[in-house]
Design a protein around this ligand. Structure first.
Ligand code: BDR
Ligand code: CA
Length: 324
């Protein structure tokens, strides 16, 4: 993997980026499919550099029974045999709230996929711990839903942070929000869980809303994506993207979660900066992330800042068209 992020950025966090996040290696993806989660899973499953060891599922965009069924269907459509484990139904504190306005009542914008198989045995948090403990090498975890499963895993065994090559999260926002005027959905859904991860002491990469709002699905990008191949997975991905409701403010629907997977595969398409990231857990500003550029030991995360969006969509098409 080649990282185009400047040396000064990587050095200021204490180690080269390639060493901190071993992208080419075993990965657990924690998700809440979710339209953009589905595309992120397909991008990962189409990419041989990423060995997806397990997919863990959390309630988020829709309730857990739906996100689980969606994850199973998304995997089954590719023919891959990756275990999918059910996780938390609700956040560490407070009530569960879904986002059907964006993702539809079924979580996949009404696009029907053939049902997948059965969930694998084992609860997400326990599976994450067991895999980290058993793995001879460090694992990367990608979190593209509320952080509950990952936080439960690390809260019970904080020492396992040392077994993480890194955590890549789609979460938070530097400015504004999409669920309130100051909070992004994943951070807002379970701020206490995000707080646990931010304090865990392992390398964190954050793909915040400011970054993912550059990955806009425009009509031109969608038609280029459709033209990238003739497989059923690419067709389903394009159908999902075509079915998304228009964004009230942006000239396209943001494709949030694939940015986190894209970072692992093509860091040359991103720029990033080290920062001190924290999250507000109080009711008045629930889920607001504070992202302050910082150097050296003061930084607890690498924050993705810009994306070469046209190249990213071309890459997405090239990869997803490899699937059946
Ligand atoms: C995040 O929230 C969900 O709606 C998306 O799947 C993404 O993970 C964006 O705020
Ligand atoms: Ca998600």
């Amino acid at each position: 993997m080649t990282a185009s992020v400047s040396l000064s950025v990587s050095e200021s966090l204490g180690a080269p980026i390639d060493a901190r996040i071993s992208a080419v290696g075993p990965v657990i993806i924690d998700c809440d499919p979710g339209t953009d989660d589905a595309i992120a899973l397909w991008l990962a499953l189409a990419s041989p550099e990423i060995m997806v060891r397990a997919i863990t599922v959390v309630g988020g965009n829709v309730g857990l029974s739906r996100t689980l069924a969606n994850a199973l269907a998304v995997v089954a459509l590719t023919g891959a045999s990756v275990p999918v484990h059910a996780g938390a139904e609700k956040p560490l504190r407070g009530a569960f709230t879904a986002a059907p306005r964006v993702h539809g009542e079924d979580g996949l914008a009404g696009v029907h996929l053939p049902p997948g198989g059965a969930a694998a045995a084992g609860q997400a948090e326990a599976v994450i711990r067991a895999m980290l403990r058993a793995s001879p090498e460090k694992l990367t975890v990608v979190g593209i839903g509320p952080a509950t499963n990952l936080a439960l895993a690390l809260r019970a065994a904080p020492d396992l942070a040392a077994k993480l090559a890194g955590i890549v999260l789609m979460s938070g926002a530097r400015n504004g929000g999409n669920v309130s005027n100051m909070a992004e959905f994943n951070a807002w859904s379970d701020p206490e869980a995000l707080d646990i991860l931010l304090r865990a002491g392992c390398p964190i990469t954050l793909a915040p809303l400011d970054l993912t709002h550059q990955a806009l699905v425009t009509p031109a990008r969608l038609s280029r994506l459709r033209a990238a191949g003739g497989g059923k997975v690419l067709a389903a991905a394009c159908d999902i993207l075509a079915a998304l409701p228009p964004h009230p403010m942006l000239p396209g629907r943001p494709l949030h979660d694939p940015c986190a997977i894209g970072w692992l595969l093509r860091p040359d398409l991103f720029t990033a900066f080290p920062a001190r990231v924290s999250v507000v857990c109080d009711a008045h500003a629930r889920g607001k992330t504070e992202i302050v550029p910082a150097a050296g030991v003061a930084a607890n995360a690498l924050v993705l800042e810009t994306l070469a969006a046209d190249q990213f969509f071309a890459f997405l098409g090239e990869r997803i068209s490899r699937l059946p």
